[in-house]
Design a protein around this ligand. Structure first.
Ligand code: GDP
Length: 282
């Protein structure tokens, strides 16, 4: 992940005089958000003898303090009640891959997991999840082509209850045509899942792609208006030296990441840890 931030800071190592506007612009282009970038610069301007190291330290402190000490985690399943997780996001962000990685991650912890392929509008998405499920030996529930996603989730939930799964992870359709449609679709999924357990769904997680910067923030904003989000998975941090988007999303929407996607492999999913995250950025 490192790269972008180190490039910024090494620039200031070479020149003895800090160009504050340039620093602010660089921090904004690292997707940190205008407010955070300004607060880092204002804080530094109040100090004497600012050098590259001071800039790194101040940036580190500000990014770190944006996140809670304890990152969000999935609720534990209760006896006989699977923890139902809905994975949402725009196509191409890595939603399906992340749903599969999450299932694998939980299975490695000895949990019984069921995946549901509820992105029924794209046959390719169902096939892709099936390929992952086979490769990782995770049971999969899939509906028919064009079956209502809410009905796939309902049937998958029935199976998860019957088989006493610990977790049901639903990969949902990622269309963002209009906010109204999205809201309707997601609230129908929520209502349908709640029919068999009124405490469910237990977590709704948005997947965003770090390399898309401001678009990721816009998607987070739209999805959060459409359905309450509990957390976010930020993918492709291996392909982006920026990663500041996690800070911008936290600042605007109050949602911290639960996991970070760091590659295309099944094990490339890391639980979010603010110290590790800051170290990888700077
Ligand atoms: P979806 O359309 O949102 O379900 O996205 P997919 O799961 O199909 O992923 C789109 C592409 O992104 C695929 O080629 C994935 O292998 C890739 N991908 C997903 N997560 C990551 C990640 O963390 N890092 C990298 N480098 N690629 C990823």
């Amino acid at each position: 992940m490192a790269g972008f931030f180190s490039k910024i800071f090494s620039k200031f190592k070479k020149s003895p005089k800090i160009d504050w506007d340039e620093l602010e612009a660089d921090l904004i282009s690292a997707d940190l958000g205008v407010r955070r970038a300004m607060s880092i610069v204002e804080d530094l301007q109040d100090r004497k003898d600012v050098d590259a190291e001071t800039i790194v330290d101040a940036t580190r402190a500000v990014i770190r303090s944006a996140f809670p000490v304890q990152a969000p985690t999935l609720p534990r399943p209760e006896e006989g009640r699977p923890c139902v997780v809905i994975v949402v996001g725009v196509n191409g962000t890595g939603k399906t891959t992340s749903a599969a990685k999450l299932a694998h991650h939980l299975q490695k912890q000895g949990k019984r997991v069921l995946l549901a392929a509820a992105d029924t509008f794209r046959a390719a998405a169902v096939e892709q999840l099936e390929t992952w499920a086979n490769r990782l030996s995770v049971p999969l529930y899939k509906g028919n082509a064009n079956q209502d996603p809410a009905s796939v989730c309902y049937e998958a939930h029935t199976r998860a209850l019957r088989e006493q799964a610990d977790y049901l992870i639903c990969d949902t359709a990622g269309r963002l045509h209009t906010r109204h449609n999205l809201m309707e679709e997601l609230s129908k999924i929520r209502r349908t899942i709640a029919k068999q357990d009124d405490t469910a769904p237990h977590a709704t997680i948005l997947v965003v792609d770090a390399t898309t910067g401001g678009n990721a923030l816009m998607q987070a904003r739209e999805f959060h208006k459409a359905t309450p989000l509990d957390s976010v998975i930020i993918t492709k941090l291996d392909g982006s030296g920026k990663g500041g988007i996690a800070v911008a999303i936290k600042d605007e929407l109050g949602i911290s990441p639960m996991y970070l996607g760091t590659g295309e492999g099944a094990d490339d999913l890391e639980p979010f840890d603010r110290d590790r995250y800051v170290d990888s950025l700077l």
